[in-house]
Write a protein that binds this ligand. Structure first.
Ligand SMILES: CC(C)(COP(=O)(O)OP(=O)(O)OC[C@H]1O[C@@H](n2cnc3c(N)ncnc32)[C@H](O)[C@@H]1OP(=O)(O)O)[C@@H](O)C(=O)NCCC(=O)NCCS
Length: 176
């Protein structure tokens, strides 16, 4: 399985590596970003079915829009996770945006953050989204660098009470 990092749909083929990724986040006490990393996965088949349902808008909590999850894989390892919301709602417009992503702690600082966003933007374009919103805590320098490197234009910054943080809103796309 040589070659550069690529995005794949979640599947049982990556179960052990995915679980190791989640354990790495837990061992560090890190927030699970994007949020599907927090979905229970003890029953992996049920977990995969949950993710597939989210994509089709099935079983979503109130206020959630359909969303797709992708895994960034390199060699035999899952090194990143991204989540693409199919549309915005009032809440995502303030905080959340269209895309969330994270890179496995042990794989950071190698350009993979930039790559997972690039590849997820390709998926967004394939789904007809020509202007994409990303939100990012102002103090998350790595993430704002990833967004800027992918052509992000800073739209606004505002205090978001629910996060207790200043959140930046970035736009990427045709009319950004
Ligand atoms: C944000 C995150 C995805 C970045 O992933 P990464 O693989 O380390 O990023 P890259 O290696 O592609 O680096 C991208 C840029 O960020 C910069 N960067 C990386 N880590 C950094 C840090 N700790 N502080 C400042 N800049 C940093 C790099 O120098 C690079 O900038 P450049 O292109 O100008 O050289 C990763 O830190 C992560 O998973 N964080 C936790 C989840 C999260 O915050 N997700 C984003 C939510 S908005």
């Amino acid at each position: 399985m040589a070659g550069g990092p690529r995005l794949v749909a979640p599947s049982a083929a990556w179960k052990d590596s995915y679980r190791a990724y989640v354990s790495e986040l837990e061992a560090r006490g890190e927030e699970k970003i994007p949020f599907p990393l927090a979905f229970p996965n003890e029953n992996f088949a049920a977990f995969l079915a949950d993710l597939a349902g989210c994509e089709r808008g099935i079983g979503l909590p109130a206020g959630f829009v359909p969303h797709s999850t992708f895994w960034l894989v390199r060699g035999r390892e899952v090194v990143g996770v991204s989540n693409l919301r199919h549309r915005l709602n009032d809440q995502l417009l303030v905080e959340g945006g269209h895309i969330g992503y994270g890179i496995r702690p042990g794989a950071r600082g190698q350009g993979l953050g930039r790559e997972i966003l690039r590849l997820t933007l390709v998926e967004a374009t394939r789904r007809g989204m020509d202007r994409v919103l990303l939100t990012c805590a102002k103090d998350n320098a790595a993430s704002s660098a990833v967004i800027a490197r992918n052509g992000g234009q800073l739209g606004s910054e505002a205090w978001v009470e629910a996060r207790g943080q200043v959140v930046q809103r970035w736009w990427i796309g045709a009319s950004a």
